[in-house]
Design a protein around this ligand. Structure first.
Ligand code: NCD
Ligand code: ZN
Ligand code: ZN
Length: 343
């Protein structure tokens, strides 16, 4: 088996954090990926042009050749003018994490109230900005709680309504985890696409929780939680199908070990150090290595309206054991063997 040369990839969904964690995680991405869509769900979220500029500067100071694709969070105070100014400052995506569905989303807009933000979303549509969303519904309008495993499917009708009401909006449904959502994306118009992570192609709910919903491995805990084996297979099928609606977004989301081992571990899997080798392994196992470049390096850029990267990267056939941690952060698949390497 020969080494593989592909166009350098882009990671269309990543959490890099800031400060010390940023310093500790950034190179895993910037050494391999030309670009990445950087999520702004920081403790103090990225919500304005000014925030975008200072966050981009902080990243570039440490990785001058890297090309971060900036985003702002849709929060309750977001206005059309804020979106316009953020776009002019370089933000390419407007990101929704609905209220309390994931990390740092207490001020996230509720899916139930999305109509109130149509003027803002119409501005995004006019600008050609991507509406990037974490589509999970945690409560019904009458406030009944929705169990974790049902939240993604429960969000589909809200997504359908948005697609109908603002038909020109470019929508990326992030980190999708169910067969139902995958089928929905396939049927949706071509301005609707989705990112897929590597971990949703590897994990099922049994790797995360027991039958009572108690977390058995906090390092496999992420949102949306991995689902059944059928859902996992649907993720692989979509990933390796060559359908341009599906592209790579690692959703690499570092959390410190002390937090992960606390009573209420935060969701998020730090997968950046294994991203490309793991994808390679998944594509190889599923006899689809010829589709890897499109999934990791082309479909995402095209959907975002960006030029394709020109440089290539060599992926070598070499076994290595994934280190268990880096700087107080556990690495996804730590201790396991991978057969491809990018160093
Ligand atoms: C992400 C994080 O830690 O910021 N966590 C996760 O489980 N995916 C947030 C997100 O993408 O929802
Ligand atoms: Zn999310
Ligand atoms: Zn994310």
């Amino acid at each position: 088996m020969k080494n593989l040369f592909i166009r350098k990839p882009d990671d269309m969904h990543i959490h890099l954090r800031r400060g010390e964690v940023l310093t500790n995680v950034l190179l895993f991405t910037s050494n391999i990926f030309t670009r990445a869509v950087v999520m702004g769900n920081l403790q103090k979220p990225i919500i304005t042009a000014k925030n975008v500029i200072s966050y981009r500067m902080e990243i570039l100071k440490q990785a001058p050749k890297f090309k971060p694709i900036m985003s702002i969070m849709l929060v309750n105070s977001t206005t059309a003018e804020i979106v316009k100014n953020a776009y002019l400052a370089g933000a390419k995506a407007l990101k929704l994490i609905p209220e309390n569905t994931s990390i740092n989303s207490t001020d996230g807009v509720s899916l139930i109230d999305l109509e109130k933000f149509y003027p803002v979303l119409k501005t995004a549509q006019e600008l050609g900005m991507i509406f990037s969303g974490h589509w999970e519904l945690n409560r019904h309008p009458l406030k009944e709680f929705i169990p974790e495993l049902k939240r993604e499917v429960a969000a589909i009708s809200y997504l359908e309504k948005l697609i109908h009401d603002i038909p020109g909006l470019k929508i990326v449904v992030e980190h999708i985890s169910t067969k139902e959502m995958i089928e929905f994306i396939k049927r949706a118009p071509k301005n609707v696409a989705a990112t897929l992570t590597a971990h949703h192609a590897v994990l099922t709910i049994d790797d995360v929780m027991d039958k009572n919903g108690k977390i058995v491995n906090p390092y496999n805990y992420c949102k949306p939680v991995p689902k059944s084996d059928n859902d996992r297979k649907a993720v692989i099928e979509a990933m390796t199908s060559g359908n341009p609606k599906f592209f790579f977004g690692s959703d690499s989301a570092p959390h410190l070990i002390v937090k992960k081992e606390s009573l209420k571990p935060p969701p998020g899997i730090f997968s950046a150090p294994v991203a490309l080798p793991l994808l390679c392994q998944i594509f190889k196992t599923n006899k689809a290595l010829d589709k890897l470049e499109k999934f990791a390096s082309e479909f995402g850029a095209k959907f975002y309206g960006l030029e394709l990267n020109k440089e290539k990267i060599e992926i070598t056939r070499r076994e290595w054991i994934v280190p268990s941690q880096h700087a107080d952060i556990r690495i996804f698949m730590g201790g396991e063997k991978l057969s491809w390497s990018v160093v």
